[in-house]
Design a binder for this molecule. Structure first.
Ligand code: S3P
Length: 433
């Protein structure tokens, strides 16, 4: 619990990079573990969530280490090569980590217990245990289907055809990963598209994968060859700098090497519709992912109605969009966000409460919120509820507030964005303990 406060800041200015993509980092470590041989990963996010996945994979038999040039090495054990760890796997704060690992282990004949911090232990796991049971895995734990949960992987996994009841890349990926050690074809049907990093990285590592309309089919028990990965910078982390620059007078920053997979760029689309000056330069592809350098300048923003269909492509970005919306003319309506209530915190109620305490005009809806143009008074302390994105969003809001905004727990930012405060301050933000 380290309190952090942000106060009115001068222009944000400079060229920077933000840490690696969290989704791609988890998946790189997992795929490297399932491949035969050595995979080298550059740009891996060294946040607590991803380091937790690395520890879990090590306990399952992978040899994973970082060399003195910053490159991570993964010596894989091959599909079906995982061994039973001698201890429960603590997945900390990470929903992605635990759900992907449950998928992976559901079709390995070993028994593993997963635990997590109080935030993760209150999040729904039935969304993964239900489809994974169809493969033949058994789950025991609390009746509410929350952690701690013990998975007993299927000895003779059965291929599955499963239609996702919620738009969730984590659930989709859990089923796809379970399909890797299952003979035959496993199909996930996804009516509402979500981030497709698993599809891209499966293809990159040589998994036979077919994309047919809304169906994703993987063929299991195929040997994967080790590959080198370059993880792009996380657009969800870049988002805090982007919004910070848009709302801070005179700002002009460039963030290099950011992932711009179209399934992740809903926030940028929305901010451009709001009048944000955001340019994508030097567009390129790396290891199957789209990448660009992003220039952002201070802009006069106006409120918009964010289309509900856009939610999956910006699901982690609504908290920071609130900071942009408070600084935009008119009102910004955000709907269709039931999933926000089961993230690291209930992000709708936590944001609404915190915004109100900062003097921002906001209305809560069951499925979202409406934020109106406001003079952000600040002079408030925000309860972050073990939620990194809540902490960072309020620190961004504080850059253009009359009085400082304090978050009660800055330590939680380490889960996804190590070095956040130093990086923000290096371009001109005023954030201090
Ligand atoms: C993620 C998917 C999203 C997102 C999370 C990372 C992933 O969750 O919120 O931060 O890496 O697959 P859902 O798939 O549950 O929406």
């Amino acid at each position: 619990m380290n309190q952090l406060s942000s106060s009115k800041s001068g222009p944000l200015d400079g060229t920077i990079t933000v840490p690696g993509d969290k989704s791609i980092s988890h998946r790189s470590l997992i795929m490297g573990t399932l491949a035969v041989g050595e995979s080298k990963i550059s740009g891996l996010l060294e946040g607590e969530d991803v380091l937790g996945t690395a520890e879990a994979l090590k306990a399952l038999g992978a040899d994973i280490y970082k060399d003195n040039t910053g490159i991570w090495h993964v010596h894989g054990v091959g599909i079906s090569g995982l061994r039973e760890p001698g201890k429960p796997l603590d997945m900390g704060n990470s929903g992605t980590g635990v759900r992907l690992m449950m998928g992976l282990l559901a079709t390995h004949p070993i028994e593993v217990t997963f635990s997590g911090d109080p935030s993760l232990s209150s999040r729904p796991m039935k969304r993964v245990t239900e489809p994974l049971t169809l493969f033949g895995a058994a789950f025991t734990g609390s009746e509410k289907d929350t952690l701690p949960i013990t998975v007993k992987g299927a000895r003779m996994p059965i291929p599955v055809r499963y239609e996702l009841p919620v738009a969730s890349a984590q659930v989709k990926s859990a089923v796809m990963l379970a399909g890797l050690n299952t003979p035959g074809r496993t199909t996930v049907i996804e009516k509402i598209p979500t981030r497709d990093h698993s599809e891209r990285i499966f293809d990159y590592f040589g998994v036979p994968i077919e994309l047919n309309g809304d169906e994703i089919t993987v063929t299991g028990q195929v040997e994967l060859q080790a590959k080198d990965m370059a993880v792009p910078a996380d657009p969800s982390s870049a988002a805090f700098l982007v919004v910070g620059a848009l709302i801070t007078k005179g700002s002009d920053i460039t963030i290099n090497n950011v992932g711009i997979n179209p399934a992740r760029t809903g926030l940028f689309t929305t901010l451009i519709e709001m009048g944000g000056k955001i340019d994508f330069n030097n567009l390129r592809q790396e290891c199957g992912e789209d990448v660009a350098d992003i220039r952002v300048r201070y802009s006069n923003l106006k409120g918009v109605d964010v289309p509900k269909e856009r939610a999956p492509s910006m699901i982690d970005e609504y908290p920071v969009l609130c900071a942009a919306a408070a600084n935009a003319d008119g009102e910004t309506v955000m709907r269709g966000l039931e999933e926000l209530r089961v993230k690291e915190s209930d992000r709708i109620s936590v944001m609404v409460k915190g915004l109100k305490s900062c003097g921002v005009n906001v209305t809560e809806h069951e499925d979202g919120m409406t934020v109106r143009n406001s003079v952000t008074k600040g002079d408030a302390t925000i309860e972050t509820k073990l939620d990194h994105r809540i902490a960072m969003s309020f620190l961004v809001l504080g850059l253009n507030a009359e009085k400082p905004i304090t978050v009660d727990d800055g330590a939680v930012i380490e889960t996804s964005f190590p070095g956040f405060v130093e990086l923000m301050n290096s371009v001109g933000a005023n954030i201090c303990p």
